[in-house]
Structure formats: structure tokens, C-alpha cells
Design a protein around this ligand. Structure first.
Ligand code: SF4
Length: 454
């Protein structure tokens, strides 16, 4: 039984208890699912592929298609070359994707399988493609896997012809299909021609038609990925998730990029809108001005219930930074801000947000886990917890309200269809947080104090 009584926190280097992240291939598989008619392929044992698929399917409530090199003892000792070559032949023959995106796993990385050599030796049908990325899971998190897979596609496919396609390449960050739809809506409203890469909308939120589609309509197409090299600019959302692919685009094709936070909260959404306006040279339409004004109105109305309420936020780095921005705009105190992703830039960016609002008693940690978060809350409680499904045990133990946001959400529905980004996504989060705080007040007050008109 774990001892959670309040005590001084000790720094742990070699142990994670209830990690606040998952393994690289989960992110790589998700990025590959955002490419049209792509079969993600896990180069490792069947157990890895099962885990990654299940994890994604449980969050999105939709099947995550993928194949595996199906390592057994032989491949583990002699290398997985023959397995992956047979697998690629079989997958093209039986499932007929346009492209197979291979990611490695702990096992294939440890034995040193060289995918570059294996791919050169493959029998790839005319007009089909195989790409790969390395995703050793003992380094980083699913966020690394996501951007490594993006870089894999760019390295293998994208080309510069010298003739601009006049488009913006929009990298959406590790977000839900609902967020990608919202970002595309904003780009369209601002008159920006774009290629979104990757794009899991229409794949991981595909409609029920009564017919099984192995490759639903959505996803960035292969010609679009090839054409990324001819884009005018990269708009990279999520300063931690999208930095590497944006830098790769600059290095390979000399395409300038703007690296922005996820558009969560008024200020960050304003930055995206201004960026889009700078690209298209169009005025902001009334539809967006109206949405922004509604959000300001909602923040004013709800402020009396959220002002100076303390919260703990945990999850993926860019999503947590976005949620922190929203909470500060709501007048809340983000006392603990935690990610499992091991990148200290996260702490620097969170500290900058605290500094902007004059918050001196807030802590940000990267490479942290939920045991540490629970200890922090035990030592000095918060009014509300915001994060993935894994927070519910902490919320229950401490008797605090809990708002689910981020990845993964395994125990609720609809979350992946609706946005957290943009003015409308921010409204949604403000609604969730405010109502959770007010529900708690109603639950705990005397009957005669129940208010019906606020
Ligand atoms: S063995 Fe490695 S790649 Fe496979 S599921 Fe575990 S952490 Fe992920």
C-alpha cells in the first residue's frame, strides 16, 4: 500500500509511479493515422501493437488500424528484417494501403534493427510508399513519437519543386480530431489556403455509416505531404510538440515558420488569428469577432465563481500550457502544473505564464508523475483538478471536483469530437470548469442556501 501522508517531497530520478505520459509509438501511430490511406506498422512484438491500438481506441472510441512485425524469440535474437519485409508484402497484398508508416519499439531499438537498410531491401509495389521513424520508448514520451513520425513523413516524401503552392503548412500539435476541425475552420474563415499535417479528423472521428471502412475519408493525402516542401510558411501549433518538424521544414526547404502555443484561451487564439491574417492579408470576419466577444462576456459572467480558485493541471505539455493559460484568464491560480514529458522548456513556459499574472506560489514540473502530483495536493490542497482520466483516483481520494481534458480520456464520451482550441474550445473549457466548481458548491451547501438564480 502506497503511503500518501503529507511529507517533504523527494526528487526521484530512477522511478516513476503512475506516469503522466505513455510510450513513443502511441504518438507515432496517432500521427500515421492522420495520413489518408496509411497503415501504421509497429516493428516489434504483437503486445506492443495491441497496447498502442487499444490505448488509442479507448480514447477515440474508434478503431485504430495498425499492423505489426510480430516479433517472437527468433526475431529478437537474429533481428526483425525478415519479419518486417514479409509484413510489408502481406499488408500491401491484403489491406492495400497507399502507404505504410513504420515505427520501431523498445525491442527492435535495443537489438539495433536498421530500418533504413530493411526498407531499401523491400519489394514496394509501384505507386506505393513505405516510410519509417525511430521511436525508442525508453526516451521521451508519446509526444516525441508524434513529432518523430511527422519528421519521418517529411524526410521521406516532401519535396521542393521551386514553384510555391501558395499554402500555409499547419501543424496542429498532438490534439483531438475536434481540435483539428476547429483549427481548419479558423483558417478557412481567415481565407488561408492550407495543408494540415497530420489530420486525424475524418479518421478517428469518422461517422457511423453502417459499412466498415478500413481507410476513412479523412487524413492528409500523400500529394499534400509531398507538396509541403512548396508551402510559403509553416504555422506550427504547440511550442513543444511542433518545434522539431517546423525546424526540419526550415532546414530542408528554407520555409520560415511561426511557432505558436496551442490556441487555447483568448490571447493564444488571438495570436493564431493574427498569424492567419498576416498570411492571407484579410480582415477578421465578424463571425470571429462575435465569438471572441461572447467568450469575453462568459469570462466576465463566470469570474465571480472562478476568481482566486486554485487548480492542479496535468497531462501533455502543450495542452497543459493551454489549460494553464485559460485558467489564468479566468482569474484562477494554477498551483501545480505538471507533465510527464521530459522537456524543461515546459517549466520555462509555465513560469512565464505565472510571471505574466504575478503568480508567485505556483509550481511547474516536467518529467513528473501522478504520485508526485498527489503528494503536492495532499500537502497543500487545490479547489479543482484538471487533466486526463488518470486523475480521477486523486480527485476521489481528496474529494475535489475533477474536469477531464487532454489525452487520454478513457472513461467518458464525445471529448475527442469537440475542440479545446479556439474561442469556441475555450468557451467549452470555461463552461466545464465553472460548472464543476458551482456543482461542488451546490453539493456542499445547506439546503436553504441552494441558489437558483445566479
Ligand atoms: S515495450 Fe516499449 S514500445 Fe512496447 S508497449 Fe512497452 S514501452 Fe511501448
Amino acid at each position: 500500500m502506497l503511503d500518501l501522508t503529507p511529507k517533504e517531497l523527494k526528487t526521484r530520478e530512477a522511478l516513476r509511479i503512475n506516469p503522466c505520459k505513455t510510450c513513443q509509438p502511441v504518438g507515432a501511430m496517432y500521427a500515421a493515422l492522420g495520413v489518408h490511406r496509411c497503415m501504421p506498422h509497429s516493428h516489434g512484438s504483437q503486445g506492443c501493437a495491441s497496447y498502442h491500438r487499444t490505448f488509442l481506441s479507448r480514447h477515440f472510441k474508434d478503431p485504430a488500424m495498425a499492423s505489426t512485425s510480430s516479433f517472437t524469440e527468433g526475431a529478437s535474437v537474429f533481428g526483425g528484417g525478415s519479419n518486417v519485409k514479409t509484413a510489408v508484402r502481406n499488408v500491401f497484398e491484403i489491406y492495400n494501403p497507399d502507404i505504410i508508416a513504420i515505427h520501431t519499439t523498445c525491442l527492435s531499438e535495443t537489438i539495433g534493427d536498421d530500418m533504413n537498410v530493411y526498407i531499401q531491401d523491400m519489394d514496394i509495389p509501384e505507386g506505393k510508399y513505405v516510410v519509417h521513424t525511430n521511436t525508442p520508448s525508453y526516451v521521451g514520451s508519446h509526444i516525441n513519437g508524434f513529432y518523430n513520425m511527422m519528421s519521418g513523413f517529411i524526410n521521406y516524401l516532401s519535396k521542393k519543386t521551386g514553384v510555391s503552392n501558395g499554402k500555409a503548412a499547419i501543424f496542429p500539435g498532438f490534439v483531438n480530431p475536434g481540435d483539428m476541425r476547429e483549427t481548419k475552420r479558423l483558417a478557412k474563415l481567415m481565407g488561408v489556403p492550407y495543408i494540415m499535417f497530420p489530420d486525424t479528423s475524418g479518421v478517428m472521428d469518422a461517422p457511423m455509416t453502417g459499412r466498415f471502412e478500413m481507410y476513412p475519408r479523412g487524413g492528409t493525402t500523400i500529394p499534400e505531404i509531398i507538396s509541403l516542401g512548396d508551402c510559403k510558411k509553416v504555422i506550427a501549433l504547440g511550442t513543444i510538440t511542433s518545434a522539431e518538424p517546423a525546424e526540419l521544414m526550415k532546414k530542408k526547404f528554407k520555409i520560415p515558420f511561426s511557432l505558436l502555443p496551442l490556441p487555447m484561451g483568448i490571447e493564444a487564439t488571438d495570436r493564431l488569428i493574427m498569424e492567419l491574417a498576416g498570411f492571407s492579408m484579410q480582415d477578421v470576419p465578424y463571425e470571429l469577432e462575435e465569438e471572441r466577444g461572447q467568450l469575453v462576456d462568459i469570462l466576465l459572467d463566470s469570474h465571480q465563481y472562478t476568481y482566486q480558485k486554485s487548480c492542479a493541471i496535468f497531462g501533455d505539455p502543450d495542452t497543459v500550457l493551454g489549460l494553464t493559460a485559460i485558467c489564468t484568464e479566468m482569474g484562477m491560480i494554477p498551483k501545480y502544473v505538471i507533465t510527464g514529458h521530459p522537456k524543461e522548456d515546459f517549466v520555462r513556459e509555465a513560469d512565464a505564464l505565472f510571471g505574466k499574472y504575478g503568480l508567485t506560489d505556483c509550481k511547474a514540473r516536467a518529467n513528473a508523475d501522478l504520485f508526485e502530483l498527489h503528494q503536492l495536493i495532499k500537502n497543500d490542497p487545490v479547489d479543482i483538478l484538471i487533466g486526463t482520466s488518470y486523475g480521477k483516483a486523486i480527485a476521489k481520494a481528496e474529494g475535489i471536483p475533477f474536469v477531464r481534458a487532454g489525452f487520454p480520456i478513457l472513461d467518458r464520451y464525445v471529448h475527442s469530437y469537440l475542440p479545446l482550441v479556439g474561442y469556441s474550445g475555450t468557451m467549452r473549457i470555461v463552461e466545464k470548469i465553472t460548472n464543476a466548481i458551482m456543482d461542488e458548491t451546490d453539493r456542499n451547501c445547506a439546503d436553504e442556501d441552494l441558489e437558483f438564480v445566479m
